[in-house]
Design a protein around this ligand. Sequence first.
Ligand code: 0X9
Ligand code: ZN
Length: 371
Amino acid sequence: LDTWLNPAAGRTHVDIMVPATALDQVKAELQNVSATFRVMIADVEAAIKDENPALSESELEELEGRKGHRMTFQNYHRVSDIHGYLDYLAQTFPDLVSVQTIGSSIEGRPLKMIKITGAKAGPKPAFYIDGGIHAREWISPASVSYIIQELVENREKYAFADSIDFYIVPVVNPDGYEYTHNGMRLWRKNRKDAQKGRCAGTDLNRNFGYKWGGAGSSRDPCQEIYAGSGPFSEPETQAIRNFVSSLGTRVRGYVTFHSYGQYILYPWGYDKKVPPDYTDLDRIGKMAAKKMREVGGASYTVGNSASLLYAASGGADDWAKGGPRVKYTYTIELRDRGRFGFLLPANYIVPTGKEAFAAIQTISEEIAATG
Ligand code: 0X9
Ligand code: ZN
């Protein structure tokens, strides 16, 4: 069985994917132990076919000719389209935007970061945002791309954007992400050792070097939560560590987007403990949830990561809080709550992107106000 979502506080169910051949047996076992169950997705393969009606090459070329890039928010895109959009923005708005490659993935793909500069003079607080640590969580890079669009192309609407420098990596795990497009749709990890005929992939969200290797992570490369051979053993997590560290004490926000479940999580993730300033994190988190609901309609639950979900060590958020001590550090689990799970149809990109942007706006306004 493949667990998509574990049980959590206030949620007494678990989402599991069952091979068709095992379905009758699993149903019988569940009935045996008087567990109630509901089929959420009757045919995963059919759901995969439905989620992302592909644009043809000619439609993509038409788009590129008309707009200068291939990005839409009606479809999930390949890494090259997402990176192409960043390059287009840098060319079109050279005073505001620049693109930098902060490292390379295991398979040699660039880890591209877009910097969106605040218009105000002088040193400004920095806000680091990323997506796509987990390959199969397609709504994450899509929503982060939506955030980038708002910050650049609709900039005049947002006063806070003048007083913050944003640093955004939409696809932290490009190898895994590409593999979900051309290999296994439900792949989670990076593609470490994929060519070597053993179990492939490190869970990048278990590979960060704060409380690495503790609860909720595994030393077994065959597990979905394999933490890697050591803290920061992977080039993707190294690149983030090096880049965020280079920003120094300017960094006031760190948000990493995942799916699914609709949660705004704050540290710690390694244990059911909270950082000393968790009341601030909780207050801003709840303001974000309220705004997200207003703009997109979905409800998000706010709380400490290990208490609300499960303990999991080596996460990016714990490192951001425990290493460079970033004040507003969150993991946001985007839509949905299990109806489609990882296979969220592409027509949900815009409402979910609006929610993601509302969260960034709320946190940014706090950062801009407090300096
Ligand atoms: O388990 C994870 O890495 C995240 N959930 S997901 O379903 N997207 O895989 C939650 C991470 C929360 N943060 C920490 N545990 N540090
Ligand atoms: Zn994830």
